[in-house]
Design a protein around this ligand. Structure first.
Ligand SMILES: [Zn+2]
Length: 513
C-alpha cells in the first residue's frame, strides 16, 4: 500500500527526522513521519533482521546511543523513585509554610539559604555559599481609592485593589491625588498630547490574553503584556505623568493583583508604579470613558542599600570527571505577596530531589551534578551574574545546565537549547520519560533566566516543558501558595530534572555542543 505514495514525494518529505520547533509539530508532520519511517523499511534488510525489527529500528531511531543499558536502567530507576518519593513535596511545604516569602535581602531569603545548604550537606553533597550583592526593596503600605468619578454617590470613595511593582519609588507618605488617564498600549500613548498626561496617574490597560494562555501556554500571553510592567514608569515619566498603573500581568480572577519587577533608567525621573487588578482596570476604563476620574494613590516602599546574599551550590561529585559539571537549578528568592510555591519553590525542590535520589539510590555519575539555588532572579538575576563572573574560566567544563522556573504543572517533555545534533542524542532520555508522558523534547532558543548566559556561551541547556495554562493565574500574586502545587505533577518534574541531569552527567561522551 505504500506504493500509493508517489516515489518522488518520499525523499523530500522524509528528509527530516524530528521537528526542531514547536511550530514544526503539525498534523501533517505527525502523519507523514510514521509513513516515511515505514516506507523506508522497504530498504534491503540486514541478514537475519525481521520485518518487526526493521520497523522498530526505524521508529526508535539510531541503534547507536550515548548510553549503556546500565545507564538506561538507572534512568528508569531514577524516574520511578522520583514519582514515588515525597522528598520534593515535603521540602516545598517547609520552604513555603515554615520559611514563607523569600524576597531578596529579606531575613526569610537568608533563612532559606541556610536551610537549603544544610539539607544538601545532610545528603553528603559538597556545599558552598557563593556571595552576591542583591537589591533590598521593602514593600510598604499600598492603597488606592477613587475620590471622584461620573455619577458618584456624594461623600463616598471606591477602593482600587493594587500592589506596588518591585523597585517602585514611594508616593508622598500621605499619598498623591490626581486624575486618571487610560491607554491600552504604546500606540495610544504616542497618539496622546503629552499635556493631557502631565501630573496625572497614567494607566496602561494592556490585557493579558487568557485565550492565548489557554491555547499556547501562559508564557506567550505574559511575553505580550510584561513589557508594560517593565517600562511603564519610564514611558509615563517621559510624558510627565505623576505615577503609573499597569493592568496586572497575569490571568487571575477574584480581583488579585500581580506584582513583578519594574524599571527606571538614569536621566528620567523615577515615578511610583503599581499593578491594579484586571477588574479595577476595567472599572477605570469604563469610568474614564464617561468623564474625569480622580484617584488617591499611596505607596510607601523603600529601597535600602544592596544586601549581601548567596547562591547555594551543592556538588554531587563526579567519579571520573569531577571538574565537569551539570547544573540542576531553580531560584530561591520569591516575591513577597504569596509564599513562592510555584515561583519558584517548585524549581528549587525538584532540583534538590535530583541530589536526594542520587544519594538514596547510591548512584555516582562520571561527572558532577551541581545543584544551584539562584538568588534574586526576580529582581535582576544578580546571583546568576555573580556565578558567571566567578566561573568565567570554567564555562567549558559546564556540560549542561537545567533550570525549572515555569511552575510545577505536568511536564510533557523538555525544552532544549543547543546544536541540532542534541535532539537525536536526547532520544534515549525521552524514551525513559515516556511512561510519565514527558517524552516530547523540543528545541527552544531560551530555557531559563538564570542559565541564559550559559546558554549564550554554548552550554547545552534544558528546562522541563510544563503545562503553563494556569501558571500565570497565580504567578507573583498572594495566591502563589503550597496548595497550588499538585503532588503528582511536582514529582513528574522531579523525574524530568533527575533523569536528564543523570543522563548528562553519566554519558560516555559529553552531550554535543
Ligand atoms: Zn521565577
Amino acid at each position: 500500500m505504500f506504493s500509493a505514495i508517489p516515489s518522488s514525494f518520499l525523499p523530500a518529505r522524509c528528509a527530516f527526522r524530528a521537528p526542531q520547533t514547536f511550530a514544526a509539530l503539525t498534523i501533517g508532520f505527525l502523519i507523514a513521519q510514521p509513513v516515511c519511517l515505514l516506507a523506508q523499511t522497504a530498504a534491503p534488510a540486514a541478514p537475519g533482521q525481521s520485518m518487526r525489527d526493521r520497523v522498530l529500528a526505524r521508529i526508535l531511531g539510531p541503534a547507536t546511543s550515548a548510553f549503556t543499558p546500565e545507564e538506561i536502567a538507572n534512568m528508569q530507576k531514577l524516574r520511578d523513585a522520583a514519582i514515588a518519593d515525597p522528598y520534593a513535596l515535603n521540602q516545598l511545604r517547609h520552604l513555603t509554610d515554615n520559611i514563607g516569602p523569600r524576597i531578596s535581602g529579606s531575613p526569610q531569603a537568608q533563612q532559606a539559604v541556610e536551610y537549603v545548604a544544610a539539607e544538601m550537606k545532610a545528603l553528603g553533597a559538597d556545599v558552598t555559599l557563593e556571595k552576591t550583592q542583591v537589591p533590598h526593596w521593602v514593600r510598604g503600605l499600598e492603597t488606592g481609592s477613587l475620590v471622584s468619578w461620573p455619577a458618584m454617590t456624594p461623600g463616598t470613595t471606591q477602593k482600587i485593589v493594587l500592589t506596588a511593582l518591585g523597585g517602585s519609588v514611594a508616593t508622598p507618605a500621605d499619598g498623591l491625588t490626581a486624575d486618571v488617564i487610560v491607554v491600552n498600549n504604546w500606540q495610544d500613548l504616542k497618539a496622546l498630547n503629552p499635556a493631557a498626561v502631565k501630573g496625572k496617574i497614567l494607566l496602561f490597560n494592556k490585557k493579558f490574553d487568557k485565550q492565548l494562555a489557554a491555547q499556547q501556554g501562559g508564557i506567550y500571553a505574559y511575553g505580550d503584556a510584561v513589557q508594560y510592567r517593565a517600562a511603564a514608569p519610564i514611558a509615563g515619566a517621559s510624558v510627565g505623568a505623576a505615577a503609573v498603573l499597569v493592568r496586572s500581568v497575569g490571568g487571575a480572577d477574584y480581583r488579585i493583583p500581580h506584582t513583578g519587577m519594574t524599571m527606571y533608567v538614569p536621566g528620567i525621573e523615577k515615578i511610583p508604579a503599581a499593578a491594579i487588578t484586571a477588574e479595577d482596570a476595567d472599572l477605570l476604563a469604563n469610568l474614564t470613558s464617561q468623564g474625569p476620574v480622580k484617584m488617591r494613590l499611596t505607596l510607601t516602599p523603600q529601597t535600602l542599600p544592596d544586601a549581601a546574599s548567596y547562591n547555594v551550590i551543592a556538588d554531587w561529585k563526579g567519579t571520573e570527571h569531577p571538574e565537569q559539571v551539570v547544573v540542576v537549578s531553580g531560584h530561591l528568592d520569591s516575591w513577597d505577596l504569596g509564599t513562592g510555591a510555584i515561583d519558584d519553590g517548585a524549581g528549587i525542590v525538584v532540583s534538590m530531589q535530583a541530589i536526594h535520589l542520587l544519594q538514596k539510590l547510591d548512584i555516582h555519575p562520571r561527572r558532577t551534578v551541581r545543584f544551584i539555588a539562584w538568588m534574586s532572579e526576580e529582581e535582576g538575576s544578580q546571583g546568576a551574574a555573580t556565578y558567571i563572573q566567578d566561573h568565567a574560566a570554567d564555562v567549558a567544563n559546564h556540560i549542561g545546565a537545567l533550570e525549572s522556573d515555569l511552575g510545577a504543572g505536568h511536564p510533557d517533555g523538555v525544552m532544549w537549547a543547543g546544536k541540532p545534533e542534541l535532539g537525536a542524542w536526547l532520544q534515549p532520555v525521552a524514551q525513559a520519560l515516556e511512561p510519565i508522558g514527558a517524552n516530547t523534547f523540543r528545541s527552544s532558543p531560551e530555557t531559563g533566566e538564570d542559565i541564559n548566559v550559559l546558554t549564550e556561551k554554548g552550554v547545552p541547556s534544558f528546562a522541563p516543558s510544563q503545562d503553563g495554562r494556569y501558571y500565570f493565574n497565580y504567578h507573583h500574586t498572594p495566591a502563589d501558595t503550597f496548595d497550588k502545587v499538585d503532588p503528582r505533577e511536582l514529582s513528574e518534574n522531579a523525574a524530568v530534572m533527575t533523569v536528564l541531569a543523570y543522563a548528562l552527567a553519566d554519558s560516555n561522551e559529553p552531550a554535543p555542543r
